[in-house]
Design a protein around this ligand. Structure first.
Ligand code: BYC
Ligand code: FE
Ligand code: FE
Length: 472
């Protein structure tokens, strides 16, 4: 019976939880069929499915119809005698149950995390119709089913540890929908449309990477079940970021090829994506992803850290931080003043936890940019990609809704408006990219705007049939 829901949490001997999850399963499938990838539910997709968490179990490849994908509950192996590594409770045993005094905060963190997972599936639901290849189509669906499983992971925590209100939250996670004006998803970036594959690759590069760092911070949690679930989710996240980073890299490669070979180096006439346009997409998705870290100065983040709910990146790893209490020290930021100037403010370290986590994220993004820029170097070209300032195009935090340029200089609103179209995607950009979005489902072929991948998934050959269409 319990095999309905693959798991390593001994669901069979936890009847109450099993019943709750089996009760939720039909709502989930209904959501998947309505809000999941449109038009491909009967097709056979070459997917990786986790059947256990050990090395051979978590990456089994086979053809699966998406609705039959075995969504389940997997926790990373239990670490014996784990201790809390930071905050006020440092050194004490981690918790197996939710302490009453942090119940509300923990629930909120889990719900916020859980909300992003189905949101991303909703955002991406029409992309299959315009996939640039079967390889890419398969990668999209792999990401989608795993985000579905990440929702399961958070729903497991809610149902196992939060009783009746946990069950209600689990239902609500299927009721809010991305971009819905009446009941939107919780965080901004998850209400933005992802209408083309360039946006998808930018999202999986920058927004899934926020996932990496947020999950990493929750993997340090004193609430052990949360740490264990998020640690396993992180193993899947790597593939999502791979899809994004290599997707953009293949766009860059293709554009470089066209710059060299197309008549008059006219990339657009040859059906490619100009680099300035790509840079505008990067500017947009990177800045939207910075917003996901919340405010630079945040009392919530201080509470989460003090209680041991959410740590810094690699908080528990030896040699990374000397001080795990963060009761002294501060973080200096430039705060805009009424008169249009700035003043320095020293934020007590605990209130700067969002910012510290974001710094780790930014470093990681810079490494991505470096790798993309190596493609130009190799091709002997002087063009480069870059990241905008953390002040640019923000809608959360200290710099929200202020007209900064890419370098972080404050402009007047009208100066900003004049330059906006150089920095952020224009309607013409979106229309142009949309015009390139025609599906390419021939074996081993790729749309005009993207280069083939270096190698196949799971070592598969160039002309591998990643998706078998079953048409009635
Ligand atoms: N949009 O102290 P503040 C992923 C709210 S991605 C809208 O600044 P705090 C994935 C905030 O809730 C990882 N609202 O921030 C990727 C608060 O509201 P209240 C997702 C926002 O509390 C791709 C107020 O502003 N995981 O997994 O420290 C595909 C001021 O609060 C935003 C997590 O986020 C925003 N961007 O919150 C699939 C981890 N930013 O209390 C999946 C869980 C802030 O005034 N969440 N607000 O009503 C958290 O750790 C924290 O809630 C936040 C920051 C990181 C979101
Ligand atoms: Fe996820
Ligand atoms: Fe992801």
């Amino acid at each position: 019976m319990s095999d309905k829901i693959p798991n390593n949490v001994d669901l069979r001997s936890n009847r109450k939880l099993q019943r709750a999850l089996e009760g939720w399963l039909p709502s989930y499938l209904e959501w998947w069929n309505e809000m999941g990838p449109e038009g491909f539910q009967q097709d056979l997709i070459y997917l990786r499915t986790a059947v256990s968490v050990d090395t051979d179990g978590w990456a089994q490849f086979d053809y699966v119809k998406m609705p039959d994908y075995r969504w389940g509950i997997f926790l990373a192996p239990h670490e014996k005698d784990r201790k809390i590594t930071f905050g006020d409770n440092m050194g004490k045993d981690v918790w197996q149950e939710v302490p009453g005094e942090v119940r509300k905060e923990l629930r909120r963190l889990i719900v916020t995390q859980g909300d992003t997972e189905p949101a991303s599936v909703e955002q991406q639901r029409l992309l299959g119709k315009t996939a640039p290849s079967l390889y890419d189509l398969r990668n999209l669906f792999q990401v989608n089913v795993e985000e579905g499983r990440h929702l399961w992971a958070m729903v497991y925590l809610l149902m196992q540890h939060f009783g009746r209100d946990g069950r209600e939250e689990a239902e609500d996670l299927l009721k809010r929908t991305s971009g819905n004006p009446d009941s939107p998803r919780i965080l901004d970036a998850f209400n933005k449309p992802i209408d083309d594959w360039l946006a998808f690759f930018c999202f999986t590069t920058f927004t899934d990477r926020d996932g990496k760092f947020q999950l990493g911070a929750l993997a340090e949690s004193a609430f052990d079940p949360l740490a264990q679930t998020t640690r396993f989710m992180l193993t899947e996240e790597a593939h999502h970021m791979f899809v994004g980073e290599t997707g953009v890299a293949r766009v860059i490669q293709r554009t470089i090829d066209l710059m060299k070979t197309a008549p008059e180096s006219d990339v657009k006439a040859a059906g490619g994506i100009p680099l300035e346009l790509l840079q505008r997409y990067v500017n947009e998705w990177y800045s939207a992803s910075l917003d996901l870290f919340g405010s630079e100065d945040s009392s919530n983040s201080a509470t989460f850290f003090a209680a041991g709910l959410k740590g810094r990146w690699q908080e528990g790893k030896e040699g990374v931080y000397d001080d795990h209490k963060a009761l002294t020290g501060s973080y200096r930021v430039e705060v805009p003043t009424e008169g249009g100037g700035f003043e320095d403010r020293d934020i007590p370290l605990r209130r700067a936890m969002n910012l510290l986590l974001r710094d780790s994220y930014v470093e990681d993004c810079q490494r991505v940019i470096k790798r993309w820029n190596r493609i130009f170097e190799k091709a002997g070209m002087s063009e480069r990609m870059s990241l905008p300032s953390d002040k640019f195009n923000r809608i959360q935090g200290l710099y929200a809704n202020m007209p900064f340029d890419l370098a972080g200089e404050l402009l007047t609103q009208s100066e900003f408006e004049k330059k906006r179209d150089e920095w952020l995607p224009t309607q013409a950009d979106l229309d142009y990219v949309q015009s390139l979005m025609v599906c390419c489902y021939e074996l081993g072929e790729y749309a005009s705007w993207i280069a083939p991948p270096r190698k196949g998934i799971n070592g598969r050959e160039e002309k591998f049939e990643y998706v078998k269409f079953v048409r009635s």
